[in-house]
Ligand binder design. Structure first.
Ligand SMILES: Nc1nc2c(ncn2[C@@H]2O[C@H](COP(=O)(O)OP(=O)(O)OP(=O)(O)O)[C@@H](O)[C@H]2O)c(=O)[nH]1
Ligand SMILES: [Mg+2]
Length: 248
């Protein structure tokens, strides 16, 4: 009889948030399946498990449609990294991140890492139009990238409504809103990405940067799980929560 297959518990949780139609599902699909396909608007949320070296990373895709916003905070509970996604051709999708989605992240871990991601850059920048097997930077694209499709890049006609400086300004406001340490938090230059789920531009960099940044949290969590000592603060907190109201 074949040995029963055990599913390992995820070591860490990441969540992707943003308005409907910005390309959240497509980004995850591009990263996990290495392709771009037609998507249906997400209902509720969906869960992906990514094996990264010896680690298991759960990535939660969420629905951007307004009727599902209430679920966002539940999905963010205990998250170590959150990807806030907008569409570079849609200014309102950036505004929505601050107005609707940021508060949903209050349930994430206190040391949660944030990335601000402008997707669909293939529609506005020719350097992002070359389909690549491994993503490349603007300076390398077109010339040295190994294209995996025959179509040559053409001059994009769609107006870019959001520039990276706007995303970086938002990222810096997030650091202040979250009361994160400005000195130790990763810089906006590192955490603001422009991507194309359609061509794959910058998609690997996004996920791999985040995985590297959450690695210390994974190691810390594993060390805590192995530790024979009891963290008194956590113990007291749990005991306090267990106490019935009549004892207060
Ligand atoms: N040109 C282009 N189109 C994209 C890109 N990413 C997604 N799309 C298209 O944008 C539409 C929405 O993509 P989804 O991935 O379903 O968007 P979503 O953010 O998951 O939407 P909800 O599930 O409704 O929240 C689809 O028609 C995709 O084909 C991209 O990088 N470039
Ligand atoms: Mg979706």
């Amino acid at each position: 009889m074949p040995a029963a297959r055990k599913m390992r518990k995820p070591d860490i949780k990441m969540v992707i948030l943003g308005d409907m139609n910005v390309g959240k599902t497509s980004l995850l699909h591009r990263y996990t399946e290495r392709s771009f396909k037609d998507t249906l608007s997400t209902v509720g949320g969906a869960f992906f498990l990514k094996q990264w070296g010896p680690y298991n990373i759960s990535i939660w895709d969420t629905a951007g449609r307004e009727q599902f916003h209430g679920l966002g905070s539940m999905y963010c509970r205990g998250a170590s990294a959150i990807i806030l996604t907008y569409d570079v051709t849609n200014w309102q999708s950036l505004v929505q991140l601050e107005e609707c989605f940021l508060s949903l992240t209050d349930s994430a871990n206190s040391d949660c890492i944030f990335a601000v991601v402008g997707n669909k850059v293939d529609l506005t920048d020719s350097y992002a139009q070359v389909e690549t097997s491994k993503d490349v930077g603007p300076e390398e694209s077109g010339i040295s990238a190994a294209p995996s499709c025959a179509a040559p890049p053409h001059t994009p006609t769609i107006h870019k409504q959001v520039h990276q400086e706007d995303a970086m300004a938002l990222y810096n406001r997030i650091i202040v809103y979250k009361a994160l340490n400005e000195g130790t938090s990763p810089l906006a230059e590192k955490m603001c990405f422009e991507t194309s789920a359609k061509t794959g531009y910058n998609v690997d960099s996004l996920f791999e940067t985040l995985f590297e940044l959450v690695l210390p949290s994974i190691i810390q969590k594993q060390a805590r799980a192995k530790s024979p000592t009891v963290c008194l603060e956590e113990y007291e907190e749990k005991a306090r929560k267990r106490k019935p109201d009549c004892c207060t």
